[in-house]
Design a protein around this ligand. Structure first.
Ligand code: MCN
Length: 810
């Protein structure tokens, strides 16, 4: 009997390839022979803010091996070819507009008259090889009229200079939401606190940067594009629209992606338009591969926000009113609209009931790299603000930090729970299910919360400083609008599954195969999964917002169900039995109780084909052996030929995963070095498909969160130069900085919104880490310096050292 695979820690099928270095990334795509491929390089602005007075490319065109040099004027101009389209001269799309974004701005594929950040693309060169292209880029002469740079939230707010002349105060958007009357509730509350909390700008660093290869088939009028993206259909739509092609003329194929973490959801990048345009104009395959410096200065950043909190509460720490105002650093343009600050403002409340709530934000332009969602997308900031507030309330009242949280939890019998807030899509945010009190009980047990004070005192007696911190969060996951799947049973009995979203390392080939094996009754090894190929599944949205398990998982489950229905109909017809009497086990359809009356799925597939093919095992070839009976259709009357099922899934709303993390840290009394002693996680993503993969996702997220809390930040100088745009200067945690063991416990409160009861898990690990470490370090320090508080993250040893000096001086 086949064992149910949902919930099993099945080993990842993709890892055999990855661990042997057999992954196939964009740069590995050997479309033509390497000799036939042209290579692109980009001239990027060295200034954060300047008018472009003149661009002189005259020294470049006659360089041997250079095939094209384009600036903005070439994008809509004649180019010696009728192929340039008017839309290439328009700004890139604003992907998620919002009515509050009154001053949305996006960049041009190549800067038009002005540059607004160091790294903005100005000119595009295509040459025989990358060396020639880079040399050619260095020969382009640009005359700039320098403008003052606006760098950092305070400078943007002061608005002495503007990023965009027509955006007053550098304010792209201001948005306020009210649930009840927070100022009045706070005024009446017995206790009141105010906090100022900062999180610095950072960015994700996928091992593989951005990369694109394009080939134009002039005979067929067809473009093939391989790109390292989180949304192949998004890139396809953008390329088709901008290049004036039908969607059907563009195939986007996403091979292995060496990490996305949000940055590859932006579409299109300028290069994703310029490379196919070049392939079309030049009639050659063209490739662009980003280098690491380009990733730092011309992809996207996130996280930078400054917050002011006013909170009113009672003697038990119960929230009566919460008023949060924050300022979001949007960088130079707003391709993703307001999605990051809207997520902060609406998911900041986490598992708590705030009493009344007012949240206001301003989204500010600065002369820095654009901001798009980075794993967690606004939630790490929101969680940090809420959890720092909880810790401040507990410290003020002298109460245990877990007690203050517990009195504010939404209770299990209160679901579905409406926080009364409006999300990006204009709909109310409603939490579907959860059990926060049970999570807290598990977390306290896992980390040994109640025993910690004794341990802390014992170590303090030895002159050691240890502290404990925790943080709770919720995460709206599995957002729509839809995802689809196609399940096809081959004549060999193998099952091919296609879903349109892309994969960046999340193990989709494994989990989706588990779902198909369970639903269809086939062996796991017989299922092959394809993602991110518009030729196989042209309708799809993409991988972001921890949505693949919920969205594609549900679509795959439904499509497999359809395929199964068809299998049973055809087999029942062939075996002359009732469908109800059939079962499918290990890829064989048999009559229950009569195992000899059976057909394997390959045979059923052959039966479903109007031209019946047999598969010759020896030659591995499909051999036509019969046209069947011309008088009898190959499949039952109401079925179409072919053994396949296709379905789409579209949810009512997002499903809310949740979790709680705790850490124990030690801080060195002399050097202020911070050591993580333990890290514990309780996570609830509904029913688990594959606990091992979910735990891997949590490990990865926590590691990334450790980076965000203790090491990583973007350091700009006043003129807008990014000072740490290399791995020599941008610190990432190594394996030595991540605890050997991240202890994980699961709670499974199923989502009522999808057929499998799943919630997402891909971002969770990174969300609470800054809040957890701020709390744990603060607790360690407060042993010797009561009242010690941390209000800015990340925190390095030298910053902790300075904070100690300031605290003891103050
Ligand atoms: N899963 C499961 N059971 C659940 C929920 C999830 O077994 N109840 C499994 C899923 O089937 C999937 C994985 O856990 O294999 C993550 O699922 P999900 O939460 O649906 O997230 P996505 O697959 O949509 O991945 C996107 C998410 C995001 S938004 C970012 S950012 C991120 C992340 O995943 N980027 C990643 N994890 C990443 N992991 C890697 N290696 N690389 C990235 O770029």
């Amino acid at each position: 009997m086949t064992t149910k695979l949902m919930g099993q820690p099945v080993q990842r099928v993709e890892d055999q390839r990855f661990l042997r270095g057999r992954g196939r990334y964009v740069d590995d795509v050997a479309v033509d022979s390497e000799a036939g491929t042209l290579h692109a390089a980009v001239l990027r602005s060295p200034h954060a803010h300047a008018r472009i007075v003149d661009i002189d490319v005259s020294d470049v065109l006659d360089v041997a091996g250079v095939h094209a040099v384009w600036t903005y004027d070439d994008l809509t101009g004649p180019l010696g070819s009728p192929l340039a389209t008017p839309l290439m001269g328009e700004p890139l799309p604003l992907l998620i507009p919002h009515p509050a974004l009154t001053h949305g701005r996006t960049q041009y594929a190549l800067a038009k008259d002005e540059v607004n950040y160091v790294g903005e693309a100005i000119a595009f060169v295509v040459a025989e090889d990358r060396y020639v292209a880079e040399d050619a880029v260095s020969r382009i002469r640009v005359e700039y009229d320098l403008l003052p740079a606006v760098v950092g939230i305070e400078t943007a707010r002061a608005a002495r200079n503007l990023v965009h002349d027509d955006v007053p105060g550098n304010v792209g958007a201001r948005l306020e939401q009210n649930v009840g009357d927070a100022p009045a509730a706070i005024a009446k509350a017995p206790h009141r606190l105010e906090l100022d909390l900062t999180i610095e700008r950072s960015a994700c660093m996928p091992m593989e940067g951005r990369g694109t290869v394009a080939r134009w088939d002039a005979d067929l009028g067809r473009l093939q594009l391989w790109t390292s993206t989180q949304s192949s259909t998004g890139v396809r739509a953008a390329v088709a629209v901008k290049l004036g092609l039908d969607l059907g003329q563009v195939d986007v194929i996403t091979p292995d992606v060496g990490g996305g973490f949000g940055v590859k959801i932006n579409h299109p990048w300028p290069e994703e338009l310029l490379v196919p345009m070049a392939a079309r104009v030049l009639g050659r395959t063209v490739k662009f591969t980003e280098d690491r410096r380009e990733h730092f200065i011309s992809s996207a950043h996130e996280r930078g926000q400054v917050h002011h909190v006013t909170v009113g509460f009672d003697d038990d720490g119960r929230l009566l009113g919460l008023d949060v105002e924050f300022w979001h650093d949007h960088g130079a343009y707003t391709p993703y609209g307001l999605i990051v600050p809207i997520i902060t403002s609406t998911q900041l409340l986490g598992p708590y009931k705030p009493g009344a709530y007012r949240v206001t934000f301003e989204s500010l332009y600065t002369n820095t790299v654009i901001v798009t969602p980075y794993r967690g997308a606004g939630r790490p900031q929101g969680c940090y603000v809420m959890e720092r507030t909880m810790d401040a309330i507990a410290a003020y009242l002298g109460r245990d930090r877990t007690e203050v949280r517990a009195v504010n939890f939404i209770q299990p019998d209160e679901f579905p729970y409406d926080q009364g807030l409006i999300f990006q899509d204009g709909r109310e945010l409603e939490y579907d299910s959860g059990d926060y009190p049970a999570s807290l009980v598990k977390l306290k047990e896992l980390i040994g919360w109640d025993d910690f004070p004794a341990y802390q005192r014992e170590l303090a007696a030895q002159g050691r400083r240890v502290g404990i911190g925790l943080a709770c969060y919720v995460e709206g996951t599995g957002v729509g609008p839809y995802e689809g799947a196609h399940v096809h049973i081959e004549t060999t009995g193998k099952v091919k599954v296609a879903t349109g979203l892309t994969t960046q390392g999340q193990g989709h080939a494994t989990v989706f195969a588990q779902l198909v094996a369970d639903e269809l009754g086939v062996r796991f090894e017989d299922v092959e999964v394809v993602t991110g190929d518009t030729r196989r599944m042209p309708y799809a949205v993409g991988t972001f917002a921890s949505r693949a398990a919920v969205m594609s998982g549900s679509a795959i489950h439904l499509a497999a169900k359809r395929a199964k229905e068809k299998v049973l109909k055809i087999a029942a017809d062939a075996l002359e039995v009732d469908e109800q009497d059939l079962q499918i086990v290990d890829g064989v359809v048999s009559v229950k109780g009569s195992p000899d009356a059976a057909l394997d799925l390959g045979t059923v597939s052959v039966l479903s084909n109007p031209l019946r093919y047999a598969f010759d095992e020896a030659s591995k070839a499909a051999t036509q052996f019969s046209v069947g009976d011309p008088g009898k259709p190959p499949v039952p009357e109401d079925e179409e030929p072919g053994l396949e099922g296709r379905d789409f899934y579209s949810p009512e709303r997002a499903t809310f995963a949740s979790g709680m993390h705790a850490a124990i840290v030690e801080t060195d009394p002399l050097t202020a070095e911070i050591t993580i002693l333990r890290y514990a996680v309780v996570h609830d993503c509904g029913h688990l498909i594959n606990p091992m993969i979910v735990e891997g996702q949590i490990h990865g997220g926590v590691a990334q969160g450790i980076g965000g809390a203790l090491y990583e930040r973007m350091v700009y100088d006043e003129s807008g130069q990014l000072l740490n745009a290399s791995f020599m200067d941008f610190l990432m945690p190594y394996v030595t900085e991540v605890p050997d063991s991240i202890e994980i416990d699961h709670l499974e409160t199923p989502s009522p919104l999808n057929p499998l009861g799943i919630k997402g898990a891909g971002e969770a690990g990174v969300i609470p880490t800054s809040a957890v470490f701020a709390a744990a370090i603060e607790d360690a320090e407060a042993q010797s310096a009561p009242g010690f508080t941390i209000t800015a993250m990340p925190i390095s040893p030298s910053e902790l050292f300075e904070l100690r000096q300031r605290s003891s001086a103050g």
